[in-house]
Design a protein around this ligand. Structure first.
Ligand code: NAI
Length: 271
């Protein structure tokens, strides 16, 4: 390890179980010398797995439903108190679509479900940043990262309304990132990650086809959850101070491919 986050304080949203990308980020941030608060929706904590992560990383857990402003306000106030100063890094690693969960087709979306998923997956990023901004809780040269997927730019039919949520999320990163950069020297970016076998990932219809196709299309293969954590750590470190308002693809090269030899081979004998 490189001590890249020595002395830095953070808040990590979204560690559900050991497959979660946020879980790997927490383990890596701890190994790099950071202290942080872990948070998740109260309902997600019933499973209790997050306690194991908290113990391992010497962290406190503060429950917060990201759709509720009062939960976010409490989280941020307590985090500053517990960590003993302003926050250097924040990971938003949250996504949920009720339409996806209930297997409702995109052309038949239920708008109450659409609203709920949008609130959790996209608007929550604005809410978190607005509370951090108003409370002046971010340290100068701090870094805020949210996780996203390329369905924000290109069509992936079964990604459903999450595609729209991700487009909105990425836009918030730019819009809020301007004000955070101008006023507090804080950077805001999204990482657009390869398909990854997690609870959220596996919930997408046809996920195994999705992940195998991306693997064969990408010159470096799919990026794993641990590799995503490694990349996230660089964005939290002082080595990336002037990177902001970016959507950064972390996908083994997938996003710039047209077709690969392996995918071509599967179609060559077809008329
Ligand atoms: P995950 O299922 O482990 O994490 C999603 C988290 O969102 C869970 O911890 C869940 O409890 C939390 N959450 C849901 N509702 C919440 C609420 N109301 N308040 C607070 N937290 C809430 O799955 P994963 O894959 O680690 O997801 C993390 C992020 O990575 C998500 O934004 C996801 O869309 C994104 N991503 C995932 C990819 C994949 O293939 N797994 C690919 C690209 C991006």
């Amino acid at each position: 390890m490189y001590n890249l986050l020595k002395g830095k304080r953070g808040i990590i949203f979204g560690a559900l179980d050991s497959n979660s990308i946020a879980w790997k980020v927490a383990e890596s941030a701890h190994a790099e010398g950071a202290t942080f608060v872990l948070t998740n929706a109260p309902i997600a904590m019933r499973m209790g797995e997050i306690n194991e992560l908290a113990e391992k990383t010497g962290s406190e857990i503060i429950p917060a439903d990201v759709t509720k402003l009062e939960d976010i306000e409490n989280l941020i106030e307590k985090s500053v108190e517990i960590l003993g100063g302003k926050i250097d890094f924040v990971l938003h690693s949250i996504g949920m679509s009720v339409n996806v969960r209930k297997k409702i087709h995109y052309t038949d979306n239920n708008y109450d479900f659409t609203h709920k998923g949008f609130d959790i997956s996209a608007l929550s990023f604005h809410k978190v940043m607005q509370v951090l901004y108003k409370k002046d809780a971010m340290a100068e040269w701090g870094s805020i990262v949210a996780l996203t997927y390329m369905a924000a730019q290109r069509v992936f039919p079964d990604y459903n309304d999450m595609a729209d949520n991700k487009a909105y999320l990425e836009s918030i990163a730019r819009s809020f990132g301007y004000f955070f950069g101008r006023d507090h020297k804080v950077r805001v970016n999204t990482i657009s990650q390869s398909p990854t076998a997690t609870t959220a990932g596996n919930g997408v219809k046809g996920f195994s086809g999705f992940i195998n196709y991306a693997e064969k299309m990408s010159p470096l293969g799919n990026a794993t959850a641990q590799e995503c954590a490694d990349y996230t750590i660089t964005l939290f470190s002082d080595l990336t101070k002037k990177v902001t308002l970016q959507n950064l693809f972390h996908d083994g090269g997938f996003s710039n491919m047209g077709v690969s030899n392996e995918i071509m081979a599967a179609f060559e004998d077809q008329e």
